[in-house]
Design a protein around this ligand. Structure first.
Ligand code: UGA
Length: 433
């Protein structure tokens, strides 16, 4: 199959490289010439474990290539995937679909007759209908099927998620388009990954419902963590105690500083907007969005509390800045709210992150970026475990305590065990324990 990916960002690049690895012939297109030049030189625009090797191998095999020329790329394609960004529209939280619609028009102009256009970008219910309308208006003589095929990739684990998905969702009622998608995903089908065919609108909604549900699960356990702190419970035991119930399941029950990233915050907001537009309230998701916003700010207060309530003139070291490990993504990272609260309260902040400091420096210009965890902690009154990178799981806590000026350790990811931390002489604050 010849597959074209429009948009060589996170989703387009990972999906394109994985499709090529399955043996399809893939061309990744992007308007950003600098990005395409870099990709041709095997320089990835994002940090994602294993992606550079996957890209290099498939470029070498001649099944993956990069171009800025959409017209040339789509000629002869069986399927053209739209994987462009859908950021939150400034001001109102609606997903900004201008890139999707612009791509649809260009594709319709350039595609061969009888081509499948697949929307992989996360788009609100009904977007596929509009893409179809644009295609019909732009190229009335061509038969173009518009299909929804949402992605469920986690940053940092995207290649594995792509190759071993829990399910593949395809929204289309066109039988010939379903056949094309079935063929594209056949390598996964053989691994027994279920492929679910639904209507296009249902498929669009599944993506939002999945992310909103996961955000709800995290927010639920975060609030249980707060309650544990008040009543003397242990949230990790609560998570285990409920997670062993197969109806609940053990995953996404790690209490922390609140969810961040490019997906949950944006997608929950977009779902609220869709629900409002259709006068069908999603009150649980509304509560989740509010609780998560409040939580990120509360984490700053938690750190200040561990400093005795006054951060003025104090130095705070933060380990991990990205919204989760194994990514350099800083979008909506809880660290941003924590740093803001600390600097507002008069503290100076130093930090170390294995991959995220370049991105973080753009958003947090006042933070002193250190060379490593110990360098960040030198002379600090408090140490905050912000993101649970593997590199922070086995720190020499005694050494850490020796080089610090104070003894507060605030572990917002429950990486450490209270007994181990106490032995090193720290005053330990964690989440829900
Ligand atoms: C999420 C979904 O997990 C993917 O299935 C989906 O495809 C993706 O959004 C998307 O829409 O593109 P991602 O944002 O990469 O993936 O990261 P997650 O691993 O889901 O984590 C999101 C946030 O929740 C992070 O801030 C993480 O620290 C937090 N989290 C996650 C918790 O606080 N506790 C948990 O138990 C799990």
């Amino acid at each position: 199959m010849k597959i074209v990916m429009i948009g060589s960002g996170y989703v387009g690049l990972v999906s394109g490289a994985c499709f090529a690895d399955f043996g399809h012939d893939v061309v990744c297109v992007d308007k950003d010439a600098a990005k395409i030049d870099a990709l041709k030189a095997n320089i990835m625009p994002i940090f994602e474990p294993g992606l550079d090797t996957l890209v290099r191998n498939n470029v070498a095999r001649g099944v993956l290539s990069f171009t800025t020329d959409l017209n040339e790329a789509v000629s002869g394609a069986d399927a053209i995937f739209i994987a462009v960004g859908t950021p939150s529209r400034r001001g109102d939280g609606h997903a900004d679909l201008s890139y999707v619609y612009a791509a649809a028009q260009e594709i319709a102009e350039a595609a061969d007759d009888h081509t499948v256009i697949v929307t992989k970008s996360t788009v609100p219910v009904g977007t596929g209908d509009e893409v179809e309308r644009i295609c019909r208006e732009t190229a009335p003589a061509k038969t173009l099927a518009v299909v929804s095929n949402p992605e469920f990739l986690r940053e940092g684990a995207a290649i594995d998620d792509f190759k071993r998905p829990d399910r593949i969702v395809v929204g289309s009622e066109d039988e010939w388009a379903q056949d094309v998608l079935r063929e594209i995903y056949r390598p996964l089908y053989l691994n027994e990954s279920p492929i679910l065919f639904t209507s296009r609108r249902t498929s669009e909604l599944i993506k939002y419902a999945a992310n909103a549900f996961l955000a709800t699960k995290i927010t639920f356990i975060n609030e249980m963590a707060d309650l544990c702190e008040k009543v003397g419970g242990n949230v990790q035991d609560v998570a285990r105690g409920i997670g062993l119930d197969k109806r609940i399941g053990p995953k996404f029950l790690n209490a922390g500083p609140g969810y961040g990233g490019s997906c949950f915050p944006k997608d929950t907001l977009a779902l609220l907007k869709t629900a409002q537009d259709h006068e069908s309230p999603v009150r649980i998701v509304e509560a989740v969005v509010n609780a998560n916003d409040l939580r990120k700010r509360a984490m700053g207060r938690k750190v200040i509390g561990a400093l005795g309530g006054d951060a003025r003139g104090k130095k705070v070291a933060i380990l991990g800045l990205t919204f989760k490990p194994n990514t350099d993504d800083m979008r909506d990272a809880p660290s941003i709210a924590v740093v803001q609260a600390l600097t507002d309260a008069g503290a100076t902040v130093s930090a170390y992150d294995p991959e995220g400091m370049e991105e973080a420096a753009k958003l947090l210009p006042d933070v002193l970026m250190a060379d490593g965890p110990y360098a960040a902690a030198e002379g600090a009154h408090a140490l905050v475990m912000m993101t649970e990178w593997d590199a922070f799981r086995a720190l020499d806590l005694t050494k850490m305590a020796d080089i610090m000026a104070g003894k507060a350790l605030i572990d917002l990811r429950n990486v450490y065990q209270p007994d181990d931390v106490a032995k090193a002489g720290f005053d330990y604050t964690s989440i829900g324990r």
